[in-house]
Design a binder for this molecule. Structure first.
Ligand code: DGY
Length: 325
């Protein structure tokens, strides 16, 4: 029996491409040719090859127009990401297309990235690194690049899902006190002593560091705006490894410029790969290029999970283990 045809939009780790080719008649994009940036081109390629599955990735334009343009042959879209804000899930479902993602396997890596940014912001690591590289370091000095410690600080986690809880576990090692804001209070075994806040105001006023882990979408658009920033303690830190659109960039840049927010660390951006220009000249913001899940181990696990989802739908005729509803 002929293998189902799988259109892969992005270059994937070698072992994942090999596994995709073993399971499917895989149409790879090993050169990372940028056609994946254009939804119409994705749909056209899917039609040209008669794809039954599409393996796409975070940021690919799989919105309503793309889903509407897909050929009827497509039965599964597996995204190589936990986030699904780039996929029109309801529109796909309405066309009988199963959408799946890659949860769990990237929680630790993304929490590591948040911890990295938290430390960079607290300890001015970006500023120090730039100073050394620019040949401007003149030697140790008692007042040079003094940051703040995380020890004893109150970490406020917005979105206490798997990634937020991994971060909480790491931050306890730094003797931080964990607070969280979520839709509802979690059971004690998941809270592990963390303090739940049922209002934004109480949460923001209580914490020294805000780490954002919300998935994007209309419900959290520009959540961190001027009004909420003003409710944070002077000198607080902000970290975002969730999705860029949940921050009002102009408001955060203004709070960083005034010093009300001491420092920030960002891994995700509204409209990425574009970065709000107001951040670029601010010394007190660490900027990473959406590295959250970028470890060799995690990207391999994400690829295997995406293939597992496709294998279920296209080869076994069973539900995707990580179907998004
Ligand atoms: C995701 O998986 O949604 C990330 O943002 C990319 O790792």
């Amino acid at each position: 029996m002929a293998k189902p045809i799988l259109l892969v939009t992005r270059k994937l780790p070698e072992a994942i491409e090999a596994e995709a080719a073993r399971l499917f008649d895989a149409r790879l994009n090993s050169a990372d040719d940028p056609w994946f940036r254009d939804g119409a081109a994705i749909a056209r390629r899917a039609a040209d090859c008669g794809a039954q599955g599409i393996l796409c990735a975070a940021g690919d334009p799989m919105g309503e127009a793309t889903v509407a343009a897909l050929p009827d042959t497509v039965k599964a879209i597996a995204t190589f990401s936990v986030g699904t804000d780039h996929v029109a899930v309801a529109a796909a479902r309405a066309r009988g297309i199963t959408v799946s993602n890659t949860p769990e396997v990237l929680s630790f890596a993304t929490a590591e990235c948040a911890m990295t940014l938290m430390l960079m912001a607290a300890r001015r690591a970006g500023e120090g690194e730039r100073m050394v590289r620019a040949g401007q370091w003149e030697g140790w000095a008692p007042t040079q690049l003094m940051g703040v410690t995380l020890e004893g600080k109150k970490l406020g986690i917005l979105g206490f899902g798997r990634i937020g809880r991994e971060l909480a576990a790491m931050a306890r090692g730094f003797r931080m006190e964990i607070h969280y804001r979520d839709i509802q209070k979690l059971p004690a075994e998941l809270e592990q002593g963390a303090t739940f806040h049922d209002s934004d105001d109480g949460f923001l006023a209580a914490i020294d560091v805000l780490s954002m882990h919300v998935p994007g979408g209309a419900g959290t658009a520009k959540w961190l705006n001027a009004e909420r920033l003003a409710k944070m303690k002077p000198g607080a830190l902000v970290v975002n490894t969730g999705r860029g659109p949940s921050v009002d960039d102009a408001a955060l840049a203004a709070a960083l410029a005034s010093g009300h927010i001491r420092a920030a660390g960002l891994d995700v951006y509204d409209g990425e790969p574009k970065v709000f220009p107001g951040y670029l000249d601010l010394p007190n913001v660490a900027l990473l290029p959406h590295l959250g899940s970028a470890t060799i181990e995690t990207r391999h696990a994400m690829g295997m999970r995406a293939l597992e989802n496709l294998e279920a739908v296209l080869l076994k005729g069973s539900p995707a283990p990580h179907e998004v509803r």
